[in-house]
Design a protein. Structure first.
Lengths: 310, 181
């Protein structure tokens, strides 16, 4: 197949072949990252703007690294230091940046749909780096890639995702990527944070972490946002940790070669015990590694093609 | 369609090419082979086998994909699938024989040389091609040429050197779009 997509807004309309294409490209990128000189001239003369309206270090750094490895010029724009604090609208901010002729805008925003909205109003390519509780497509693809690297396949694997399912854009992207490639997904969290409606996605929803972890090949622990405690989704962090935290005893219910993943940053001692976060079955750092390769693949694929010819 | 070389012909040309490489480098001691994906890879394997027969030496062989070094990224209108690069040895102070099937504009070779330089500092880079079809757009020439074939830009040169040696062939085809690089 050939890549003709202009934006990456979410994985909801990604076909399996398309995901395989991105993963295949990411493999080539990973070879570049294994060299002494980790830089290729592919995007020389192209400009990537990281437009982040929400705090993020990891994803922004990952996209920045990905752009620089491909020789693109990367400019970071974060709302805390920008005119957004002076009352400028999202569209005005984007139009101003567009006037500086970037090729790709990498957008993170707390409102679901913000990247989609921008894609209708600017002429450059948009990559969604996380929008509200909607999607985080590069995370969905890097999770897919990481599992493929470790397990060699996706189809038939039991993948348990534990934590704040309701507010997680990672879950929504993982449902598309892992789900469409044939994984059996189990979603687990307090009933207030893991609504039954999520079963419409084809996943099994449960409030019993033992049931979710039993026989699992992959366990994805989600960060529990500490501020959620104030809104009474669960009584206390301690109780959450006791019922939904992953510790050695619960992890022993999973398959012998099960792996632990986490999109980061980890609340040690809350959703994941110290001991497990650092054990050899945790592939958290491999996820970070895969992340740069997958984002290089996305930037490369979007920067090619006549639509991107500025 | 015209048959430029049949199975036997390709075999003979590659034998001569291999002898020339060994002669010019006074043996195969410091040689490494790097095939350019995709067409150069099977050719570099054939040359490697022939060096082994003639000199009794197994030279290191790798391959390079030039996609990330192209100068026409935004022109194609879409992105084609990338191939692999694998140079699992140091090229520092080595004589690198770059192998490709067809030499045409020279742009692929320029990209391949840029890629090689990212892997180290070879003593020198030499170019071996099965077919030189002319129409250079850069000041590049091959050190070892199997056949010089005058072509028009509308023609395509197709090289088949995989599978049964009897089925190997080099064909000249009339097509509307130029190919070869």
């Amino acid at each position: 197949m050939n890549w003709r997509r202009r934006h990456v807004l979410g994985l909801s309309d990604f076909q399996p072949e398309e995901m395989e294409f991105v993963i295949d490209t990411a493999r080539s990128m990973e070879e570049v990252l294994s060299r002494d000189i980790k830089k290729v001239p592919a995007l020389r003369g192209k400009t990537v703007v990281n437009l982040f309206f929400e705090a993020s270090t990891r994803t922004r750094t990952s996209f920045e690294m990905a752009g620089k490895r491909l020789s693109a010029d990367v400019v970071n724009f974060s709302s805390a230091t920008s005119s957004v604090t002076k009352g400028e609208t999202l569209l005005d901010t984007a139009r101003n940046i567009e006037a500086m002729k970037p090729n790709i805008l990498v957008v993170r925003h707390s409102a679901s749909g913000a990247p989609l909205f921008l894609s209708r109003h600017v002429s450059c390519s948009i990559v969604n780096a996380g929008d509200g509780a909607n999607e985080h497509p590069s995370q969905g693809l890097l999770d897919l890639y990481t599992i493929l690297k470790v397990k060699g396949k996706i189809a038939g694997l039991k993948v348990a995702i534990v934590g704040d399912i309701l507010h997680s854009r990672v879950v929504r992207s993982d449902l598309h990527s892992l789900g469409r490639m044939g994984a059996k997904l189990w979603l687990c969290g307090p009933a207030t944070l893991a609504p039954r409606e999520m079963e419409r996605s084809g996943a099994v929803v449960t409030s019993d972490i033992r049931e979710a972890v039993r026989g699992a090949d992959v366990i994805i622990m989600l960060r529990i946002q500490l501020e959620r405690q104030k809104t009474a989704y669960f009584p206390s962090l301690r109780e959450y940790s006791r019922r939904f935290g992953l510790n050695r005893e619960i992890f022993s219910l999973a398959k012998e070669d099960a792996i632990i993943m986490h999109p980061g940053p980890i609340n040690r001692g809350v959703e994941l015990s110290d001991e497990l976060a650092d054990c050899e079955r945790s592939v958290v750092l491999r996820q970070v590694e895969s992340g740069v390769a997958v984002r290089m693949a996305l930037l490369y694929l979007l920067a090619g093609g006549s639509h991107a010819a500025h | 369609m015209k048959i430029l070389l049949d199975g036997k012909g390709v075999e003979r040309v590659l034998s001569r090419l291999t002898h020339e490489i060994i002669e010019k480098n006074k043996g195969a001691g410091e040689i490494v082979l790097v095939g350019i994906a995709s067409g150069g890879i099977p050719l570099s394997q054939v040359i490697r086998r022939k060096i082994q027969v003639i000199e009794g030496v197994e030279v290191p062989a790798g391959f390079v994909d030039i996609t990330l070094y192209r100068d026409d990224l935004a022109r194609a209108g879409y992105q084609a699938r990338m191939k692999r690069t694998e140079i699992p040895f140091s090229i520092d102070e080595k004589k690198v024989i770059l192998v490709d099937d067809v030499l045409y504009t020279g742009r692929t070779i320029r990209a391949a040389m840029d890629a090689l330089i990212d892997f180290g500092r070879p003593r020198n880079i030499q170019l071996a091609v099965l077919i030189d079809r002319g129409h250079r757009e850069l000041p590049i020439r091959a050190d070892f040429v199997g056949r010089n074939v005058p072509t028009s830009r509308t023609e395509t040169v197709e090289v088949r050197v995989e599978g049964n040696p009897e089925d190997w062939a080099v064909l000249l085809k009339e097509e509307s779009r130029g190919k070869g690089e």
